[in-house]
Design a protein around this ligand. Sequence first.
Ligand code: ADP
Length: 635
Amino acid sequence: MSGQNETKEFKAESKRLLEMMINSIYTHKEIFLRELISNASDAMDKLYFKSMSGEGESVSRTDMAITISADKDARTLVITDNGIGMTRDELENNLGTIAQSGSFAFKNENEKTEDVDIIGQFGVGFYSAFMVAKRVTVVSKAYGGDSAYKWESEGVDGYTISNAEKDSHGTIITLEIKDNTEDENYDEFLTPYKIKELIKRYSDYIRYPIKMDVEHEKLKEGTGENGVEPEYEKEIVTETLNSMIPIWKKAKSELKDEDYNQFYKEKFYDYTDPILHIHSKTEGTATYSALLYIPSQAPYDYYSKSFEKGLQLYSSGVMIMEKCGDLLPDYFSFVKGLVDSEDLSLNISREMLQHDRQLKIIAKSIEKSIKNELKKLQKNDREKYEKFFETFGTQIKYGIYESYGMNKAELQDLLMFKTSNGGMTTLEEYVSRMKEEQKYIYFASGSSVTRIESLPQTEQVRDKGYEILYLTDHVDEFCLQMMHDFDGKEYKSVSADDLGLETEAEKEEIKKEQESSQPLFDFMTEKLGGKVKAVKLSQRLKNHPVCITSEGNLSVEMEKVLSAMPNGEGAKAEKVLEINPNHAIYDKLKSLYESDKDKAADYTDILYSQALLIEGMPIENPVEFSNKICEIMAE
Ligand code: ADP
C-alpha cells in the first residue's frame, strides 16, 4: 500500500488536547496508567460481549488479562491486553481524534476552564499517555480481523499508521518514557515499586488480572544452611497486582472514606469528593449490593436535556448496563453509582429490564435508602445537608410539584426553606416553633431574601411575631400549593386575601371604612382598566402605602414565573391593589376624588406602578410613570 507511512495530522481539537497533555503542569501525571488500564479493561468487556453474541471464536473470561512490563534501560513501559483490539480505521478514528466525549465539547464552550480541571474532571483517556511519554506506539489487532496495525506518535506533529505483526487479537501500548527533568522524576514510572503502588491505588478493582513479571532475589538452593554461605539468585515471578474485588463487594470495615471517594472520582469523572456515599448490601426479596454517591456539585449538563439519570447495573460483578434510568426516580436523578445483583441475568435486554420485577423491587429499596441517608445527613450534619439542598433541592421540589403532590409523604421532610428567623428551616422545625394561636404556615415569595424582607405584605405577619418562609426558588410556591399542608397546617401566602390575623372587631371596622369609600375604589378600579380585579383597604399594611396581592390560586409570584415560560404569557393572577388606610395617601385620595378626578386618576396610576415595582414586576409605561411623578414634584 502506498503512502502507508505518511504522517497524518491530528484533528484540531485533538491537537490542542495533546498540547495540553504534553505541557501539562498537572501534578497527577500518574493517572495515565489508570486511564490506559481502564481502556484495556473496557476492551476486554467489549470482547466478552461480542463473543457472547456468538460471532467469531469463543473467548473465555479467565484467559483475559492485562500485562505490564517495564524496561529501565530502553525506558519503555508496555501495557498489553487481549481485548477486542482495533482495526486500522478504529486506530485512526479512536486515537487520531479525541472521542466526541462531552468533555471536550464542554471545554470548548468554557475556554477559561483551567486545563487542570479538565484532566481531573473528565479523565482524558488515551492522550494522558503523553504526559509521561515522548513517544507512544500502539500495535493492535481487532478480534476477528486478519491483520495488525501500528499507530505511532511523538505528539502534536501527527501520527503514522503502518502494517504490523501480531498473532492474536488485542492491543500493545508502548510508552517511551520522558527523561527526568529538574522538577519531574519520570524514572519512577519504570520501577516496579511505583507501578504496583499506582495499580493498588487506582485500578485495584479492575476485574481482570493486571499481571507483571517481578524480579525477586531468592536464596540459592543448598546455600544459607548447614554452614554454607548464603548465595542469592534472581527469580522472575508473575504477580497479579490488583485484588480484582470490586470495591462494592468489599466489607465496609475494610474501606475508608478516601477509598470510596477515590473510586467515585475515577469512575464518575468528578474532581470533587461526593457529599455522601451509601454502601449497602441487601438480602431478602432482592439481593443486591449498591454503592451510591451524591455529588457535591451538579454535573455541568444537569439541567439540560442531554442529562441522563441512571445507575450502572452489574450482574454478579459484570456490567450489563451503563446507565439504568429505571433504578432512580427523577427527583433523585442526581444520584450516581451502581447496583450489582445476582438476581439479574447477564444477557437480559433493555426492554426486558424495564419490566423486570426484581429491578422494580431494587429500585424501590434504593429510593428508600437514599431518602433515609439524606434524612440522617439532615439531622447529623446540617451544614453539609444545606449545601446538598442548595445544589439539588430544586429537583426534589419539582418531584413534588410534577407528581401533583403525590410524592409529598416521601419528600416533604427533605425540604428546606429560607426563613425570617435567619438561615434555613425544615417544615417540621417551622411547625414546632409556631405560636399557639397561629393557624397557618406563612410564606412570602420573591427573587431574593432582601427583596422579600422589604415586601410591604409581610408587615402584618411579622408584627404578630410569626415566622415566614422565604421562597426564592421559582418552583417553591408551586410546590407548596401541591402539598397544601404540613401536618394539617395549611400554607398561606402573606399576599393571600385572608391571612386569618384580624379580630372580628377589626374586620368589622375596616369593612365599614371600605364601604364608605367604595365609590372611590370603584373609580380607581375602573381607571386601572382591568389591570386589577379590585382596589381595597388593606389590613396587612402597617407603614407602606400600597401593595399588590392576589385572589384565587395563582399568585403574583406564580404569574411572574409562568409568564417567563414559553406559552405562559396568558397566565394572569387576579390582582388586588391594597391601600393602607392609616397612610396619609389614603386621605389625599379621598379628597382628590371629591375635588379633582383627573388627578385622582393620575395618583391611582402612580400607586399601581409603585406597587408593581415593589413586587419586582415590570411597569407598562415607565416614561409615563416618570413624567407623572415629575409633574407632581414640580407643583
Ligand atoms: P475513552 O476511553 O474515554 O473513550 P480514550 O481516548 O481513552 O477515550 O480512548 C479512545 C478510544 O480508543 C476508546 O473509546 C476505544 O474505542 C479505543 N481504545 C483505547 N484503548 C484501547 C484498547 N486498549 N483496546 C481497544 N480499544 C481501545
